[in-house]
Design a protein around this ligand. Sequence first.
Ligand code: DC
Length: 229
Amino acid sequence: MIVAIDGPAGAGKSTVAKLIAAKLRYVYLDTGALYRAVAWKALATGTDTTSPNAMKRLCESTQLTIRHAEDGGMVVEVDGRRLTSEIRAPEVTRAAAQVAAIAEVRSWLLPIQQGFGRRKDVAGIVAEGRDLGTRVFPEAPVKFFFKADLEERARRRHQELMTAGKVNASDLSETSRALDARDGQDQSRDVSPLRPAEDAEVIDTTSLTAEEVVEHMLSTIERKAAAHQ
Ligand code: DC
């Protein structure tokens, strides 16, 4: 069983995907972390994150490994180095949106994500990102597309950054601007732009709690899983 969740930043995808994975004993695939890991290596090696040729060479010389964390999350390793909070830094976030617009990077990451989805040793996977339902797992029996008002998404992202000690309270408008700019990039790029799959259920999470979203999704998943068998 593959559950695909797409949507813009701050719509609640990671929180909900982890809760669903824990409830159903599925594994969690955070595809944004893969783009972030590639962007992190590009910054660490001084590679031009806007150059398709340079990024292609970088990908081809990279060993990327996905591991499960004890807390149910996902950890990515680049060339044997375990990456955690460093891929959440603002400069990596900006660079990730740039490398995600490069077709060569997307095609290199595609089989890595699809290979994970074909695993036979797990009951199911919950994968989240921007093109899971449209490109990576078009055959997924259950697809969701989350959306939420910019104001609310910025508030959530700001709260996360504050909890992590990364911003202070006065930076909310900056967080909102950065989020809006990144969504614009994700929606307007030529390759796999952010958009709902035709068969995705769209959920507006603006005024819902994570638990409410999870409850609704679990009933959809149960129904689709029964029909799928
Ligand atoms: O979800 P996130 O913020 O960790 O994603 C980081 C960047 O990667 C963001 O700009 C969108 C991009 N991305 C993508 O293009 N396709 C995916 N499947 C996942 C993330």
